[in-house]
Design a protein around this ligand. Structure first.
Ligand SMILES: *Cc1c(COP(=O)(O)O)cnc(C)c1O
Length: 522
């Protein structure tokens, strides 16, 4: 239990028996403790000096505030330091390697930021007359063209604001297509190794979700899938490359079978980074696929966004795409905002967001695409796959790599907790990596691998950076195999130790209470 003294500091926050005595402040060298703003601020402090307002008759009709608003006050330097200290407690891609699997945490090029901040892109409003935003609409149109070309698809819906939102868009397009056909298909098939958002999306859109097992080599069991197809199956949702980091080689066979049975193929394209420029999902029979601009196309990612998840659509689903979209008419860009009977978009399922999508992300993604060019994007895929295989082959002698014999991995390397000392787990390795200065890899996902550790290096890491990570990972893994007790209490050098993550997720404390109030509530 931390004690908060009068100045707001929390001495001995990190005191652990047997370790060096805690500091008076709770700080560890330049790693500074920071209390909540409510704990350090006081109601009667302010950073500005206002003269008393001249007396005037109130026009608020009795609605004026009578009590103090309760906002914590700080002087300007205190406010600056508070937020700067908080920012230093954040680990980000600009600080170090971020090997979070299934997330493609790649470097965000600064050129993208420069372009996104140009006033013609940054300082516009979605309700501005379209004559005044032709350049911005052209960016959306050009990006759409690239996405359609790179995927070999017919159309793209630009407005979805994240991967999961894109999934919903694709599934709603499928639902609209089925309705137009007058068919009531209720089931969506999802492989066991799917990202959690896939079954969640299908259920959210009102479908019943059924699992399809994986084969021992980590791919979809094609026989089980085709055996389940029938007149009640609306769609199959497949991640390719899949969450085990493997390419689904049978996707074309699967698509053909699904189409034959009257269903649609949704491909989760969040892992597109591994195949961009190499494989066109349209050639594999995909009907809808979301693309995470915040993964493959390097737009910032994390802390909840802002994401952007455009959805490419096949010829069969294009008529049902959501509004709005950009179109070129007589040399001018226009926004199609409403359905018009008899037009090619008359089947649209409606609108997913208030406006047109994440303009800032579109500008960044297009900048990234143009600065790489088609050949550069192909190299992105190749280098991301090379880096992942380098990690896989460098660690498979110390860690169990369950699919090491299933051929080269794609852009992610996966390991299991098999072979760790009794009582040691994937969590201990993750915590040990924090002491080594790395954000841990994705842990316990995908569920099909016991104690999974999913490492995605991306193409933006140098060999030197990978070697350092591999060295740290080897060292921590060897400690977990040797049963080094100190690893059970890692991290030792972080501001916080092992938090109760389950409690934090299930019962998050989102509202600060004054200590007296909090005690009364206990
Ligand atoms: C990241 C990811 C998603 C979800 O994307 P969000 O933008 O986080 O909603 C879906 N599927 C896979 C495989 C992913 O890696």
């Amino acid at each position: 239990m931390s004690t908060i003294n009068q100045s707001g500091w929390r001495p001995q926050m990190n005191a652990v028996e047997g370790e060096a005595a805690a500091t008076f402040t709770g700080n560890r060298a330049l790693m500074l403790e920071e209390a909540l703003i409510f704990e350090i601020g006081s109601l009667d402090t302010t950073g500005v000096d206002f003269a008393d307002a001249p007396k005037a008759a109130s026009r608020l009709g009795g609605l004026e505030r009578h009590r103090n608003i309760g906002l914590p006050g700080l002087s300007e330097p205190e406010a600056v330091r508070h937020y700067t200290r908080l920012s230093r407690q954040n680990y980000g891609i600009d600080l170090g390697f971020f090997p979070l699997g299934s997330c493609t945490m790649k470097h965000n090029p600064r050129l993208n930021e420069r372009m996104a901040r140009l006033p013609g892109f940054a300082d516009i409003h979605p309700l501005q007359p379209i004559d005044t935003v032709q350049g911005a609409l052209e960016v959306i149109d050009q990006l759409a063209h690239w996405l359609v070309t790179l995927t070999g698809m017919k159309a793209v819906a630009m407005s979805p604001k994240a991967g999961a939102h894109g999934e919903l868009c694709g599934i709603l397009a499928i639902k609209a297509a089925l309705e137009a056909r007058g068919e009531d298909r209720r089931v969506v098939l999802v492989p066991e190794s799917a990202h959690g958002t896939n079954p969640a999306t299908a259920a959210f859109a009102g479908f019943a979700v059924e699992d399809i097992p994986a084969t021992p080599d980590g791919r979809v069991d094609v026989a089980a899938l085709t055996a389940r197809l029938g007149p009640d199956v609306a769609a199959v949702m497949i991640t390719n490359p899949n969450t085990c980091g493997l390419f689904e080689r049978d996707l074309k066979t699967i698509s053909d079978a699904v189409h034959e049975a009257g269903g649609y193929v949704y491909c989760d394209g969040a892992n597109f980074n591994a195949i961009v420029g190499k494989v066109r999902p349209g050639d594999l029979g995909v009907d809808a696929m979301h693309i995470n601009l915040h993964k493959t196309f390097s737009t910032p990612h994390g802390g909840g966004g802002p994401g952007s998840g455009p959805v490419v659509l096949s010829e069969a689903l294009a008529p049902f795409a959501p509004l709005p979209f950009v179109e070129q008419q007589d040399g001018k860009f226009v926004l199609i905002e409403e359905e018009t009977a008899g037009e090619h978009h008359a089947g649209t399922f409606g609108r997913m967001v208030s406006f047109h999508g994440q303009m800032g992300m579109f500008t960044r993604a297009l900048t990234y695409i143009l600065s790489h060019g088609a050949d550069g994007l192909k190299q992105v895929a190749e280098d991301s796959v090379l880096n992942a295989n380098y990690v896989l082959r460098s660690l498979e002698d110390v860690l169990d790599a369950p699919f090491a014999n299933s051929g080269p991995c794609m852009h992610e390397a996966i390991f299991s907790d098999h072979g760790l000392a009794e009582g040691f787990s994937t969590l201990d390795i993750a915590k040990g990596l924090i002491d080594e200065g790395f954000h841990p890899m994705t842990v316990y996902f995908p569920l099909v691998v016991h104690g999974a550790m999913l490492v995605e290096p991306t193409e933006t890491e140098s060999k030197a950076a990978l070697d350092q990570f591999i060295g740290a990972f080897r060292s921590v893994a060897q400690r977990a195999k040797a049963g080094d007790a100190a690893l059970k209490t890692a991290p030792h050098f972080a501001p916080r130790r092992r938090l109760d993550e389950t409690l934090a997720a299930r019962k998050p404390v989102l509202v600060w209470k004054e200590p007296a109030q909090a005690q009364a509530a206990e």
